[in-house]
Design a protein around this ligand. Structure first.
Ligand code: KIV
Ligand code: ZN
Length: 567
C-alpha cells in the first residue's frame, strides 16, 4: 500500500445541498422491489444460470412476493431470450408480476429485446447508457449534447416499437449508468431527455433508476444525490424514482436506506447481495431491516433457510455464516453470557408484546428459524453449527482449522446418508476420526514421565504394527518429549487442552495438529483422559496415525535402529 494514498486516490466531492431533508426522514412504508437476480446477479456468476436454474429462481422470487423481476438481457444471450419466451408462452408469469428486460442503447438490440417480451401482459423495457465523464469522453467519445441526442433517439425507438404492441402495458426504465460518478446536472439532463422522449403521462409510467454502478462515496453522498434529483425531476408525479446500489464499499444497504429517506420509491438488488464484484444491494437485508422497524416489506421470508438453499443452488455461491438474518450462525450465541441473556430474555418475554430479547434483533421464528434449529446438522450445515453441537453435546471445542476439516467429513456423511446427522452420530464420527483412529498403526499402551531440571522425559509403551515398543525421549514438555521418543520428524502446529468435565476425576480433551513438512500437510488428532499428559500423548499418536494413512513414512525409533543394524 502507498504511504500517501492521496497521490493516487481522491475523495468524492460532497453535494452542495445545504437544506437537505433526508436526515430527519423515517422510512414508514415499503418501497417497490425489483429483483435483478436473473440479470445483474446472473451476469456476476462464474457459471451463469441455465434455463432450469433460472426457472427455479424465478418461481422462488414469485413465491417470495416480488412484483417486478428483471428476467434477463435477451438481446445479449440466447439463454435469456429463450427463458423469457418460455415464461410468456407457457403463461408462467402471474397477473400481478411484471417482467423487466434490459437492453443496451442500440437499435438492433432494442428490437430484439422488445421481440423477446412480445405477448406479455405488462413489461418494463430497461434502457441504459453510461453517463459519467470518463465513459463519455474516453469510451464513447461523445459530448454531453451528443449523448442527449443519443438518449432521445434510442428512447424514441423503444417508444415506436412498444406503441406498435398496444396489447402489452409498457413501462420504460431509464438508467444513467455510473450515475454516482456523473455530474448531477448531466444526470438530470439525461433523465429529463428520456422522460420527455417517452412522453410520460398518467398511466404511462417511467422509472428513473439511479445506480451506484461502482459505489465510490459514503452513503450520505448518495442520499444527497438522490434528494437533489428527486427535487428536480419533472413531472415528478408520473416518475418512479428507483435506486440500484452496488456494494463496493460494503455500504450498499445503507445507501439504499438513506436513498429511500431521500425520495427513492423503488429499490433494485439481489437476494443476499449476489452481484458484480462485492455484490448488488442485498434486498433481504433491506426488507428485514424494515420489518424490524415494524414496517412490512410485503416480501415473505418466513422460510429464509429454504430461500437461502434455493439461492445457493441456483447461483452456486455460498452464503456467509455471518450474513445478516440468514447466516447459519447469526442466531447462535457462542459466548456463555450471551446465551444466558437470550435464555432469560426469551423466558421473560410476553408473546403478544414488543420483541425485546437481548442479542436477537428479530424473532428467529418469524424467519422459520429457531434457536434449536441452528444446532441441527445436515448436509447444508456450516462448520459453526457442527462445532456448536459438538461443544454442546460433549464439551469439545474444535480449533477453526479442525472445524473446516471436520465439517467436510460431516457433509460427506450427510450427503451419503441423505439425512440429518444426530448429535450422537456426530460424536461417533468425531471419535472414529480423531480419537480412535481407524486402521491405526500405533496404539498407546501406557506411558511414564517425569520432570527434572533439564526438562521432561517420557517413556512410551506402544504397540506399533502388531509389535510392542518401549521408547524414551526428552523435551521441554510432554509433547516435545513424546515426539522425541517417537523419532518422527513432525512439527506441532497447534495444541490445546481443556477440561470437559469438572472435579478431581474430570476428563480433559487435548487437540493437536501435527504437520509432516513436504510429505502430507497436517493432521489433527485428539485424546481424552483424566490425565492431561495421557490426553496429549493420545492426541499426538492419533494425529500421527492419520498422517500415516496419508502416506507419511512412519517408522519408529526402534524400527529405524533395527533397520539400520540389519542394513
Ligand atoms: O449497475 C448498473 O449500473 C446497472 C445498470 C442499471 C445498467 O446494472
Ligand atoms: Zn448493476
Amino acid at each position: 500500500m502507498m504511504q500517501e494514498p492521496a497521490r493516487k486516490y481522491r475523495p468524492f466531492p460532497p453535494v452542495q445541498l445545504t437544506d437537505r431533508q433526508w436526515p430527519s426522514k423515517v422510512i414508514a412504508s415499503s418501497p417497490i422491489w425489483l429483483s435483478t437476480d436473473l440479470r445483474d446477479g446472473n451476469q456476476a456468476l462464474f457459471e451463469p444460470m441455465n434455463g432450469e436454474r433460472k426457472m427455479r429462481l424465478f418461481r422462488e422470487l414469485v413465491r417470495i412476493g416480488f412484483k417486478e423481476i428483471e428476467v434477463g438481457f435477451p438481446a445479449a444471450s440466447q439463454i435469456d431470450f429463450d427463458f423469457v419466451r418460455r415464461l410468456i408462452e407457457e403463461d408462467l408469469v402471474p397477473d400481478d408480476v411484471t417482467l423487466m428486460v434490459m437492453t443496451q442503447s442500440r437499435p438492433d438490440l432494442i428490437e430484439r429485446t422488445v421481440e423477446a417480451v412480445k405477448g406479455v401482459r405488462q413489461a418494463i423495457v430497461h434502457l441504459y447508457n453510461a453517463t459519467a465523464p470518463v465513459w463519455r469522453e474516453v469510451v464513447f467519445g461523445m459530448s454531453v449534447p451528443e449523448m442527449l441526442g443519443f438518449i432521445e433517439r434510442n428512447v424514441r425507438h423503444v417508444r415506436e416499437l412498444t406503441d406498435a404492441c398496444p396489447q402489452t402495458q409498457w413501462t420504460l426504465q431509464y438508467s444513467p449508468e455510473c450515475f454516482c460518478m456523473t455530474e448531477l446536472d448531466v444526470s438530470l439532463q439525461a433523465c429529463q431527455t428520456a422522460i420527455n422522449a417517452w412522453g410520460t403521462a398518467p398511466g404511462r409510467r417511467i422509472i428513473i433508476n439511479l445506480p451506484t454502478t461502482v459505489e465510490n462515496a459514503t452513503p450520505n453522498v448518495f442520499a444527497d444525490q438522490i434528494e437533489w434529483m428527486h427535487r428536480r425531476l419533472a413531472p415528478r408525479e408520473h416518475i418512479i424514482l428507483s435506486v440500484h446500489p452496488h456494494n463496493d464499499r460494503g455500504t450498499g444497504v445503507a445507501a439504499a436506506e438513506l436513498a429511500m429517506m431521500a425520495g427513492a420509491q423503488r429499490v433494485e438488488g439481489c437476494l443476499f447481495g449476489n452481484g458484480e464484484r462485492s455484490g448488488n444491494l442485498d434486498l433481504v437485508t433491506v426488507a428485514l431491516n424494515l420489518y424490524t422497524q415494524g414496517v412490512h416489506p410485503h416480501l415473505d421470508f418466513s422460510d429464509i433457510n429454504g430461500i437461502a438453499r434455493v439461492a445457493e443452488e441456483c447461483t452456486g455461491l455460498p452464503i456467509h455464516p455471518r450474513h445478516p438474518y440468514v447466516g447459519d450462525l447469526v442466531f447462535t450465541a457462542f459466548s456463555g453470557s450471551h446465551q444466558d441473556a437470550i435464555k432469560k430474555g426469551l423466558a421473560a418475554r410476553d408473546p403478544e408484546g414488543i420483541w425485546e430479547v437481548p442479542y436477537l434483533p428479530i424473532d428467529p421464528a418469524d424467519l422459520g428459524r429457531t434457536y434449536d434449529s441452528l444446532i441441527r446438522v445436515n448436509s447444508q450445515s456450516g462448520k459453526g453449527g457442527i462445532a456448536f453441537l459438538l461443544e454442546r453435546e460433549r464439551g469439545i471445542q474444535m480449533p477453526r482449522r479442525m472445524q473446516v476439516e471436520f465439517s467436510a467429513l460431516v457433509q460427506q456423511h450427510a450427503d451419503a446418508s441423505e439425512s440429518e446427522i444426530s448429535g450422537h452420530q456426530l460424536w461417533a464420527l468425531f471419535r472414529d476420526t480423531y480419537l480412535h483412529t481407524q486402521h491405526a498403526d500405533a496404539a498407546l499402551i501406557c506411558h511414564g514421565h517425569r520432570l527434572d531440571e533439564n526438562g521432561r522425559s517420557i517413556e512410551l509403551d506402544l504397540s506399533f504394527r502388531g509389535s510392542r515398543h518401549r521408547l524414551c525421549g526428552n523435551g521441554n514438555g510432554p509433547i516435545a518429549a513424546a515426539v522425541d521418543a517417537l523419532g518422527i520428524p513432525v512439527r506441532i502446529d497447534h495444541y490445546e487442552e481443556r477440561a470437559i468435565s469438572a472435579g478431581a476425576e474430570g476428563q480433559a480433551v487435548a487437540i493437536l495438529e501435527a504437520a509432516w513438512p513436504g510429505v502430507a500437510g497436517s493432521a489433527f488428532g485428539a485424546g481424552i483422559s483424566t490425565n492431561i499428559v495421557t490426553a496429549s500423548v493420545l492426541a499426538l499418536v492419533n494425529a500421527i496415525n492419520r498422517l500415516a494413512t496419508r502416506g507419511c513414512p512412519v517408522m519408529l525409533n526402534a524400527e529405524r535402529t533395527a533397520a539400520s543394524q540389519a542394513g
